[in-house]
Write a protein that binds this ligand. Sequence first.
Ligand code: BGC
Length: 763
Amino acid sequence: MKRNFKELVGKMTLEEKAGLCSGLDFWHTKPVSRLGVPSVMVSDGPSGLRKQDMAGDHLGVNDSIKAVCFPSGCLTACSFDADLMRNVGEILGDECQAEDVAVILGPAINIKRSPLCGRNFEYLSEDPLLAGTLGAAYVKGVQSKNIGTSVKHFAANNQEFRRLSCSSNIDERALREIYLPAFEETVKEGNPDTIMASYNRVNGVFAVESKWLLTDLLRKEWGFKGFVVSDWGAVNERVAGLKAGLDLEMPASGGDTDKQIVQAVKSGKLSESVLDKAVERILRIVFKFTDSRQEGNFDKKAHQAAAAKIAQESMVLLKNDSNLLPLSKKKADDILFVGAFAKTPRYEGGGSSHINAWKVDSFLDAAKEAGVSVKWLAGYDINESKAKDKALLQEAVEAAKNAKVVVIFAGLPDCYESEGYDREHMKMPQNQDVLIDEIAKVQKNVAVVLHNGSPVEMPWANKVKAILESYLAGGGVGTAQFNLLFGDANPSGKLAETFPLKLEDNPSYLNFPGNGNDVNYAEGIFVGYRYYDKKNMQVLFPFGHGLSYTKFEYSDLKLSAKKITDAETLEVSLKVTNVGRREGKEIVQIYVAPKTPFREVRAAKELKAFSKVSLKPGETKTVKMTLAKRAFAMWSVALGDWFVPSGEYEILAAASSRDIRLSQKVNVFSTQRLPLKVGPNTVFEELMELEGAYEVAKPIIAAATKGMTGGSDRGESSKAAVSDEMILGMIKSMPLRSLRSFGSMSEADVEKLIEHINKKLGC
Ligand code: BGC
């Protein structure tokens, strides 16, 4: 149905228009009945439907309808699989249609800056490319069912501490290279119906009031077409927000802010056309939903099975010495399973994403369902963190002595991580660490299965043979764990974040969570592996790491060219062979490493493409990926744009960020020139680096050298004391004005020279 939205807006009164810009209640937009504008419902998200029928709240306090709980973002991201993410979105889209929900509040794609952020379990990755690719896939999946998405939390909302007021202070390069690209990709690729503006301030300005974020960047630069909604209760000054580009305030404002908008228009402080635009954007999405309703599907049984499969495809086998896993069902009698989480798993995080799970399969349920009888002991009390109850511990340690293998289910209790507050440390409850330690003393075949939303320290990592990371795996957690542990499925997830050895190693450690008003992102672009790699630090498990029950070999890395310009693309191809005896999936990662030194610091390498391939035993497949300008670029503050420093780049084909299998070099030439207007404080090196400037700079350098060396030919002893290289090194960082002191030039001569250079360079 073709609608004329401008005409519709034209028929609305000022009060109706202002009213449409805030919620009816917690979850609905306002109707305008006389004009046939319906009220539509929005619901959390992102990993299942949290539709609250009765009392609404945004902290997951009140019950919502029973729904299928999908794995949290921390786990699905480890799939490195855009098709899988799209599938999650499609299923959720179907459920929304069935439940009359117009917009699901997700995906949540903020970068994991610190392992302590209470909401990391919802977020996807420390890497912007991975978060953006998967975010866009989720959006496409949901929206293919004519349901809207709300990409959140825009922007730089990387902690929970004082999240409603704190300012994330970030330099321009880090914003552009780390914190914004996932949103950029999701907007450009996914075309989401809505974006949720975050609670926090960014460089002092509330995100909900930032014209730069909500209009200049989002709409003008990235081409966003939908509406911007505030995070629940994020509005500070309503009229300022509307002017900046915040269309819908959620939840209801009790009418106060509607009145403020009306007043502002009447008094001339707000142009009515700004309001009209916001109203039109909201109406377009409201009617997009109601005009294209399709049959929904909330087949809970089928969706639960899908959720288990998604978890299974994403869990990460972190360690598997002497192939302890998979376990044999025939020898199940020899295995002791320990840990309260095997019976009562932790499978989702707390807060607004909390699903009222229709069904949760524990590992013990799944074993029973499969007809495998297992020996199990609790080992610890989930509700206690101190190793107080010695009886449970002793019972487990005694039994462990007589088993052939012990599998311990461990992890973080609910209260350890949630929306609304951050973690204080990265440790597991002490009673669980002690249990693993004590069992490892009496048993050499120990496997640990983890349940956590974010990395934990593992002081026992070297004492156990195997570790399976389940993260927060949703309602199908036990089924996925059972299938992976017993080898009915082959692990194929890889870490979407680094596990540091200890919290203090994390780059944000000295600046997290800030002083309450401000948090300074002093580590700049060095987030996650970008930091650990640059500093060549040991980590517990690196970004991109994950094992399989089979082995993969990489060969034949080929690049389509040895030299390209930044306007051309580079085709990368390589062969991957399954050299083991089981079918499996490998996630091939392509990192780009700049090799030519550049004035601005760059990461040692960055993930620029990835692909997941499924291979039968003995099978080889050719994997192809394309690298374009952004794969080589950094953000240039001087240019206000992406810029590729000319030089050599290494293309690394890798099984993880620390497992580089093949590499090839390419030379990339920039078609852009960094702007440089030469002045008295321009240093010689800047001149020398500028294309075409060296010729101009040569005589000046000669003059300066002469000035520095006193003008006469230098004798051998003088050359030994200060070599020509040393002089050049000193001159490089001298400003042109030094020619007055060392180049025997007058002030007027220097000025003339500067004019001459600028003319020559066309600056
Ligand atoms: C959260 C959002 C959520 C909203 C509605 C807020 O507290 O930050 O992610 O969508 O509540 O529940």
